[in-house]
Design a protein. Sequence first.
Length: 268
Amino acid sequence: MSRLSPTFELLKSESKTALIPFITAGDPQPSVTVNLMHDMVAAGANVLELGIPFSDPMAEGPVIQAACERALEHNVSLHDVLDMVAEFRTKNNDTPIVLMGYLNPVEVMGYETFAEAASKAGADGLILVDLPPEEGADLVDALKAKDIDPIFLLAPTTTDDRIEKICNIASGFVYYVSLKGVTGAANLDVDSVVKKVNQIRGHTSVPVGVGFGIRDAESAAQVGAVADAVVVGSAVVKRVAENADNPEKISREVCGLLSSMREAMDQK
């Protein structure tokens, strides 16, 4: 079992929603990442989503695309990302870490080799945007053999049949992408989120996380009132970009945002 299930169970017993911030590993430089991960936990994050830099991040808007470019300027590889996870684990063995990225680097490393390395480093889950469940059986088997949760995306357009298929193989949580668009898109429709989350819950007991379009404390609280997890990506990465030359200010700005979200979510 990964750290995700016990974390969600504990939060549920406390009537709390998980706060899951996303950052791109190595952005704006590799030395920032691990310290920022620890700071985000201190600010109220329950799970960390760590992006694997990729040259063609098709689901990302301009903010996270630029984050990948900054990290790749430092040649941050999948091996480097796993090293960051392992370094984080020397001081924190409790907070779940979900890796997020695209299939190519994992394919190159090899599924079993990747699963072994990710498990050894201390990763708990994996989101691969461009791996549909129909193509993912071999990787899912390799991940589950190492107690790593395969986490799949659901969209506003996902049908009941496909929700059922995805939820049958997903674990850790399922990730509902609340907008028809890329990361950083606007116009979050909370009423539509409520309907879709309820639809998804009709197919699974696995926690449902919601991401895309969550920008501030208000939107985090609105989504947190209906979801099991609130995933915050572009709003965090934007603050990293705005303060790229000042690592200490990155932490202050990011943690200020997360603290306000955590407070608002806990008051829902």
